[in-house]
Design a protein around this ligand. Structure first.
Ligand code: NDP
Length: 324
């Protein structure tokens, strides 16, 4: 049995791992079966993470965080958690390969998942013109006309990035004011390749094999228009990825996990939550990293407070058992 298992490999998970490892807690971190590093693996320039005066590429930052966590003794497993049993002193974490790992404390830092528009053809044409990741798919739209949906920082960032490839980028936003920060708005608003369509909502996505156009409706007067284009990037925010802990942890009305004040303590002793799963507002790499720090420190205090006999069972990491 472990002292601590950390679930998630974004800035919150890795930072929790760095702190837990430096506190000699020999953490096990469960990343993801697809790719470690979370959403920042899909971004390009990160210009607002302190310490990098010239910015740093998202993947480079995450690989450095992983290396830092491993340097102090974090063990990382690339697999998906399929089941969590959080009640009681010993928490059980089941992985996609069937292995079950036990720990006295769990830090839950699984981040958030991209929101969908909820249109009929959105999933069907996903990967065939509909995308949630400009850095992954932008290259396929050289000299094409495309659109980005959304009015936040993500939409501005995606639109600006996509001008490297596309000839024209529409930004479609359902209101007449943007939610994005002033700096990112200004960059997009002054870009000659970007045209803003305000008060517009995407109602249809057209195309058999590949996207050929979209139908948009004016949110003020209800007029409908068709735009011919080859790509639609959906950048309308993200929701916390919390399905594994529904029915076990308490939640806030906005879908984030409820924690005690400014701590990471959930309603279950020994279970801590960090990063986007508890943060409906800020959701920055640096705030997630700070939140991971809080979780590791809270877990450390918790482990120091439990009976020594119980703690003694977790001092030597044991191989995982395989579930029946
Ligand atoms: P946000 O929640 O900030 O913005 C989502 C946008 O999508 C809003 O404009 C919203 O419209 C719109 N939207 C939501 N649902 C729909 C829908 N169903 N149909 C049409 N439009 C919809 O999400 P972001 O991903 O942009 O940003 C999340 C966080 O990450 C923020 O804190 C942001 O600052 C941060 N971020 C920072 C970056 C950076 O600093 N480099 C880069 C990217 C993100 P409405 O305004 O009407 O609600």
């Amino acid at each position: 049995m472990r002292q601590i298992i950390i679930i998630g490999s974004g800035p919150a998970g890795y930072t929790a791992a760095i702190y837990a490892a430096r506190a000699n807690l020999s953490p096990l971190l469960i990343a993801s079966s697809v790719e470690a590093g979370g959403e920042l693996m899909k971004t390009t320039d990160v210009e607002n993470y302190p310490g990098f005066a010239d910015g740093i590429q998202g993947p480079e930052l995450m690989i450095a965080m992983q290396a830092q966590a491993e340097r102090f003794g974090t063990e990382i497993i690339l697999d998906d958690v399929t089941k969590l049993e959080l009640d009681g002193d010993v928490k059980r974490v089941t992985l996609g390969n069937g292995d079950v790992h036990e720990a006295l404390a769990v830090v839950f830092a699984t981040g958030s998942a991209y929101r969908h528009l909820g249109l009929e053809d959105e999933t069907r044409l996903s990967g065939h013109g509909v995308s949630w990741c400009a850095t992954c798919d932008g290259f396929f739209f050289r000299q094409k006309t495309i659109a980005v949906v959304g009015g936040g920082d993500s939409a501005m960032e995606e639109a600006t990035f996509l001008t490297r490839f596309a000839d024209k980028v529409y930004v479609i936003h359902r209101k007449d004011t943007l939610r994005a920060s002033k700096a990112m708005q200004d960059r997009a608003l002054t870009d000659p390749k970007i045209e803003f369509l305000f008060n517009k909502q995407v109602e249809h996505i057209y195309g058999d094999e590949l996207v050929t156009g979209i139908g948009i409706v004016d949110t003020v007067d209800g007029t409908e228009t068709t735009l011919d284009l080859s790509g639609l990037f959906v950048a309308i925010g993200a929701d916390p990825r919390t399905h594994l802990v529904h029915g076990q942890l308490d939640f806030n009305a906005d879908g984030t996990i409820a924690v005690d004040g400014r701590s990471s303590r959930t309603n279950i002793p020994g279970v801590f939550a960090a990063g986007d799963v508890i943060d409906p507002t800020y959701r920055q790499a640096v705030t997630a990293a700070g939140s991971g720090t809080v979780a590791a420190l809270d877990a450390e205090h918790y482990l120091a407070s439990i009976p020594r006999k119980l703690l003694a069972r977790a001092t030597q990491p044991e191989p995982a058992t395989v579930s029946a």
